[in-house]
Design a protein around this ligand. Structure first.
Ligand code: SF4
Length: 907
């Protein structure tokens, strides 16, 4: 809707005329343009414009013309009817709630397509020849019509058709006021018939096409988005009153990416600068999601990551102190290895879990949860009406003090309102007198939350970001259309699976043919060209590594694309909001024991701040909860089994000869694995065993897996030159530069030349390259080799024992590998190429001592050895704030512009 159309609509509204728009958003946009125009005229009060969106318009017309007592179904009610009909057929696909709901949604959609595009097929006789899935839908539709007839119900899709016969104006009565129709990309036959029946109507005239049109080619989608955001910023900087419309096809999927680009590149214009038209599912909004999780937990299980998230929101606690205590409890559970895939409320609050934890659950919280659980239990004994359940929920949440720990923001208040509306919608399921169980109510509530889109009230931001369809009826001073590539525009879709394809083609239903997609895209593109005086299209030459070509349709309308102009290169990043303080002070560590063993010196080498944080601040990375055993638990089980295997008599062995003399390695290893699992996994006592937390069958499979892995490793070791295992899990205490370290060495072997081989078991992907000076990534084994052996011990080598499925090997530095480890090693073998050199050990010792001195002196710079890889494995970013540091460093290192000499965003 360009300037001429806007003038026409404004004049129409000023004269008291009625405008009907295609969408609610277009109605809001017109209303706000009308009010802006009056303000610009200097008025202080004026009559409200009469603008109605299509759905509201039809519903008010229905209310005005009939009182036949039929209940107009909302979409939840209608979907539940379709779900019941689908379930009545008893097919496998309809047994589960999820697939049944999806089928019901498809059936609703097919019904609505028929209502709008091919109403004659609503008569059962017209559908008699339908086959396969369409025949099934035909049966459901007949049953649906019958149910509606018998129970005086009306589908909202049928509303325009049912209205038509009621509309003719009786003789002698006055004509109805004329209508102006705006923002419809396509007026469907039923809509046209309805407007005709209402009297005189006219469509807002064509708008003048833009005077400035360009088509840009960007290097990739990031560059395209950055240039668009930067262009928006330039527009607003030049004139803060400017209104910009950005049209993008993938707003839902790319929401985060779009928001980041606009926050980064739209300049320093005061907030709010932009808003996206498309809301997010209410089920993804924090407050409703938290409420639903709490309710689910009262009678079911929550995954541990859901609990992590729930406690982090603070909504589940009555105060900030309680909230911290809940989060602390989760951390303590994880620290003590008590995590489990899913928690019932009962298991979470049972005394055994609480006793085993140094961070107890808040008593008041436990009491509230227990009481709410008891109250729900009473209700749950019998099915209730959806209304009863909906009334119980606010009471339960109130009794839990849900979301009272902090003042709610405006957006949260709006989310609360939408949550209440969602509850009311689900409560309306009782329209047919049904009674349902709590679980069913919660499942429908979850579906409703997922299907309800939530967008905070429009703040009338100057940059509006909308999809092509939602942009109908919107106008602006300038417009940018993103993603105009051949693959994406015209947008393509599939035909509907429940309707005969030939009917869809004949009725010109969406996506029935490629030509229809092309025609609709052409209409939308032309409409966009008339929505602003200045229009830019853009596409990315590469999207996620895949080459793209420009949309032929846009090339026809706007000429071939040109490289992105240099002036659209995003400006260099502004100064960081943080103030940098160079802190060279050091707080020395008191000489003595160091918590964390060799890991502290490895951390000191990787990043001095990491060592400081781990050993002196007791900082820990947050390990994500896992559905099964964590890698660290798997690693511990492997260590314990290998420790038991090589522990010597009575159950273990010590030498190669003993290994080779084992007659039934499978049974022997399996018995060791079983014993480790029995003591580790089935242990009882102060803390719940793994058996309480994981399914028995899963643990049996883990035993089988581990047995196979250990046998494969022993097969590998069977080929070694004779050796003797001196010690496993060998404990040593060493002193270094005044620091005391307690070490535990996985295994020490005596080789055939009398030297000692230091072995460390690893189930992950490791390499001796990590020991390379000048700044090793790992100093654990060099530390053991250099400082933990006895004075009489001659070092034969240090090696990782990589016990990984499909990758079993010793990887390290051994003095004479072909005469002490494996006979016949070729010179090209890695072990041969990496043979241990005498000076290597001396160099490591010097470096390790320096690390110890650095730690002792309090050296704690934020200085990762290999950014960003080191940081990605560290997990302490929130503490060291490396990101802010890097911004400052990057700026120092760059030429000040942050871009290449051409200054182009594109290259
Ligand atoms: S995240 Fe990086 S910079 Fe921060 S402590 Fe860890 S390694 Fe150091």
């Amino acid at each position: 809707m360009g300037a001429s159309q806007a003038v026409e609509i404004d004049a129409w509204l000023r004269q008291g005329g009625i405008v009907v728009t295609a969408s609610e958003r277009a109605a809001r946009a017109l209303a706000s343009a009308f009010h802006r125009a009056r303000l610009a005229e200097g008025l202080t009060a004026w009559p409200a414009p009469n603008i109605q969106d299509w759905n509201g318009f039809v519903r008010s017309a229905w209310a005005a013309h009939t009182n036949d007592g039929r209940l107009l179904l909302n979409s939840t009610q209608e979907q539940s009817l379709w779900a019941d009909l689908a379930a009545a057929e008893g097919r496998m696909a309809t047994l589960l709630e999820g697939p049944r709901g999806r089928l019901a949604a498809l059936a609703m959609e097919a019904h609505e397509l028929l209502c709008f595009h091919a109403p004659r097929f609503l008569r059962a006789s017209a559908r008699s020849g339908w086959q396969n899935d369409a025949a099934t839908f035909n049966r459901w539709l007949s049953a649906f019509e019958e149910t509606c007839r018998a129970n005086h119900l009306l589908s909202s899709g049928r509303l325009p058709i049912e209205l038509l016969p009621l509309l003719p104006i009786p003789a002698g009565q006055r004509e109805r006021p004329p209508l102006l129709i705006a923002g419809f990309d396509r007026i469907l036959p039923v809509q046209r018939a309805l407007f005709d029946a209402l009297g005189s109507w006219t469509e807002a005239g064509p708008s003048q096409p833009a005077t400035e049109i360009s088509f840009h080619e960007a290097r990739d989608d990031q560059a395209e988005l950055a240039a668009c955001a930067h262009w928006c910023g330039q527009k607003l900087a030049a004139n803060p009153q400017t209104r910009v419309l950005v049209v993008t096809q993938n707003a839902a999927a790319q929401r985060g990416q779009i928001e980041r680009a606009f926050l980064a590149h739209s300049g320093s214009i005061p907030s709010p600068t932009f808003e996206l038209s498309l809301g997010v599912p209410l089920g993804k909004v924090a407050l409703p999601r938290a409420a639903h999780l709490v309710l689910r937990w009262l009678s079911g299980t929550l995954a541990e990551h859901e609990l992590d998230w729930l406690f982090s929101t603070g909504y589940a606690a009555a105060s900030l102190r309680e909230s911290s205590a809940l989060q602390g409890h989760m951390r303590a559970l994880r620290r003590r290895g008590l995590e489990q895939a899913e928690w019932t409320l009962q298991a979470f609050i049972q005394p055994i879990a609480r006793r085993a934890n140094e961070s107890p659950l808040p008593g008041e919280w436990v009491n509230r949860m227990t009481e709410a659980r008891r109250r729900l239990d009473e209700f749950e004994r019998r099915p209730q009406s959806p209304l009863d359940w909906a009334e119980l929920i606010p009471q339960l949440l109130e009794s839990l003090h849900f979301a009272v720990s902090q003042a709610l923001s405006s957006a949260e208040f709006q989310a609360v309102r939408r949550w209440q509306q969602a509850l009311e919608t689900v409560a309306s399921l009782g329209f047919d007198g049904r009674r349902i169980h709590w679980k069913e109510f919660l499942a429908v509530l979850a579906r409703t939350l997922d299907e309800t889109l939530y967008a905070p009230e429009s703040r009338n931001a100057p940059i509006q970001i909308a999809g092509p369809a939602e942009s109908a009826g919107l106008t602006a001073d300038a417009l940018w259309f993103l993603g105009a590539s051949e693959d994406a525009w015209p947008a393509r879709g599939a035909t509907h699976p429940l309707l005969p394809p030939e009917l869809q083609r004949e009725a010109r239903m969406p996506h029935a043919t490629a030509q229809l997609d092309w025609d609709l895209a052409q209409v939308v593109s032309r409409r966009l060209l008339g929505s602003a005086p200045e229009v830019h299209f853009s596409y990315a030459r590469q999207t996620q590594g895949v080459e793209s070509r420009p949309s032929r349709l846009i090339v026809q309308l706007a000429a071939p694309p040109q490289p992105m102009p240099a002036e659209l290169a995003p400006a260099p990043k502004g100064s960081p909001l943080t103030v940098l303080v160079e802190d060279f002070s050091r707080i020395p560590f008191r000489p003595g024991p160091v918590p964390g063993g060799a890991g502290v010196l490895t951390a000191q080498s990787q990043c001095p701040f990491k060592a400081f944080a781990v050993a002196r601040l007791a900082a820990q990375r947050w390990e994500p909860a896992q559905a099964g055993l964590t890698p660290s638990q798997r690693g511990k089980l492997l260590h314990e089994v290998l420790h038991a295997v090589w522990a010597g008599p009575p159950r273990g062995i010590r030498t190669l000869a003993e290994l080779l003399s084992l007659t039934d390695r499978q049974t022997w290893v399996a018995s060791h694995v079983r014993r480790v699992f029995e003591t580790r996994v089935f242990e009882t006592g102060a803390r719940p065993s793994l058996l309480d937390r994981m399914p028995v069958r899963y643990l049996e499979l883990e035993q089988q897996r581990l047995t196979g892995l250990v046998i494969a490793w022993l097969d590998y070791e069977s080929a070694r030159i004779p050796f003797e295992v001196l010690e496993t899990e060998a404990e040593r205490t060493i002193s270094l530069a005044g620091l005391t370290f307690s070490l535990r060495l996985d295994r020490l072997d005596r080789l055939n030349d009398g030297s000692v081989l230091v072995i460390d078991y690893k189930s992950g992907d490791v390499s001796p390259k990590s020991w390379e000076l000048p700044r090793p990534d790992d100093v654990q084994l060099p530390l053991y080799a250099g400082f933990a052996l006895g004075d009489d011990d001659l070092l034969g080598g240090l090696t990782f024992a990589k016990v990984r499925p499909g990758k079993l090997e010793f990887a390290g530095c051994v003095g004479a590998p072909s005469s002490t480890l494996f006979a016949g090693l070729k010179n090209s073998a890695t072990l041969m190429k990496n043979a241990l050199q005498a000076e290597q050990l001396d160099n490591w010792k010097v470096y390790i001592e320096r690390l110890a001195k650095d730690f002792l002196s309090g050296r704690a710079d934020v200085d990762p050895r290999d950014y960003p890889k080191t940081c990605e494995r560290c997990g302490l970013q929130t503490l060291c704030r490396i990101q802010e540091n890097r911004i400052a460093l990057d700026e120092d290192e760059s030429d000040g512009s942050g871009f290449d000499s051409a200054g182009s965003a594109d290259e």
